[in-house]
Design a protein around this ligand. Structure first.
Ligand code: ASP
Length: 337
């Protein structure tokens, strides 16, 4: 009899379950880690880290983290101050997922700053995963969320400027132009017309969670929903394997169910970095010509706290926080010059 079978039988006799790889990983000292998309993720990571450092859960951490970005008027791609749809309405998409496959999501939500918290309420207070549009707003109001105008003067100005030509054209991210928080010298709208904060975290209890929130494509068609609130596309968490989240043109991420793909690739043994590369390659393979003109980026972590990122093009940055370091990193990318 093999020693493994022997061991399993003995374990059963003793009334204990056999030790799985997952259990072995749990015994390893996995460093807590928070990782998020873009350079502005650095500020979100700091809020998330406060929760993690105080032995809080990854779920609380990612919510607290991305709320910082949602509230930042200078960030025109997430929450308050987000660029509106083509009719001038700021509509938010967000989702959240924890270590037990619990998840919640809202799409095309208007007039509520913290879409991520509404998504969490959907997860915790309803038997559903996703609420959209007026239904999501009604649910938010019934659960004590307050309405406010999300369209800042800067975003209204950018929209009015766009209306002059009214051309819907997602652009690639501007290379090496780092975001600055309040009092930014970066002019509104000059960075890009889309971005998202996706955050994934591994806490001191060895649990993973993730959150993803955006105002989506600037000047989008009314009702357009991207990947960010779609569980599996914009975000996916499997506590036995790892977590991934996406940014970039959501339609391309949805087509390959990007974040779920990254997690499944890690399940097959790939490192987070290699899994992100393979998912980006899938985007290219599906439509090489389109991939040349758009940006898509993924970040991922596994249960050991290893992380990776990869994008179609130069210009994608991501932020990492561990007990030892705080980093803003340039992601590697597919289309080299
Ligand atoms: N993924 C977002 C969307 O498609 C936008 C972005 O991250 O750039 O709505």
């Amino acid at each position: 009899m093999s020693s493994r079978r022997n061991f399993i039988q003995q374990s059963m006799l003793l009334g204990t379950l056999p030790v799985t790889q997952w259990d072995l990983d749990r015994q390893k000292k996995a460093a807590p880690i928070v990782i998020s998309t873009w350079d502005f993720g650095k500020y979100a990571n700091q809020a998330a880290w406060e929760v993690i450092a105080n032995k809080g859960t990854a779920l609380d951490a990612v919510e607290a983290g991305v709320k910082v970005t949602e509230l930042d008027a200078n960030n025109q791609s997430v929450g308050y101050g987000g660029l509106p749809d083509r009719d001038g309405a700021v509509t938010l998409d967000a989702c959240i997922m924890d270590h037990e496959y619990r998840c919640g999501s809202v799409a095309a939500l208007e007039n509520i700053v913290h879409a991520i918290s509404v998504a969490r309420a959907v997860m915790e207070k309803t038997p559903h995963v996703m609420l959209v549009g007026p239904g999501a707003l009604q649910f938010a109001l019934e659960n004590g969320f307050k309405t406010s105008n999300l369209l800042t003067p800067a975003s209204e100005k950018a929209w009015k400027e766009w209306l002059k030509n009214a051309k819907y054209e997602p652009v690639k991210n501007i290379e090496n132009q780092l975001y600055q928080p309040q009092n930014s010298k970066v002019l509104p709208g000059s960075r890009d017309n889309h971005d998202t904060i996706g955050m994934i975290a591994l806490d001191q209890h060895h649990n993973l969670s993730g959150a993803c929130t955006t105002s989506g494509m600037a000047f989008k068609l009314k009702g357009r929903v991207g990947d960010s609130p779609i569980i599996g596309a914009g975000l996916y968490v499997d506590n036995e394997i790892g977590a991934a989240t996406a940014t970039g043109v959501g339609e391309e991420v949805i087509r390959i169910v990007g974040s779920h793909l990254v997690v499944e690739l890690m399940r097959q043994g790939l490192t987070p970095q290699k899994a992100c590369i393979a998912a980006v390659e899938r985007v290219v393979k599906r439509n090489p010509a389109r991939a040349k003109d758009i940006q898509v980026g993924f970040i991922a972590i596994n249960r050991k706290g290893e992380y990776g990122a990869f994008a179609l093009h130069d210009g994608f940055t991501y932020s990492v926080k561990t007990a030892k370091e705080e980093l803003v990193l340039q992601s590697d990318f597919y289309f080299k010059k």
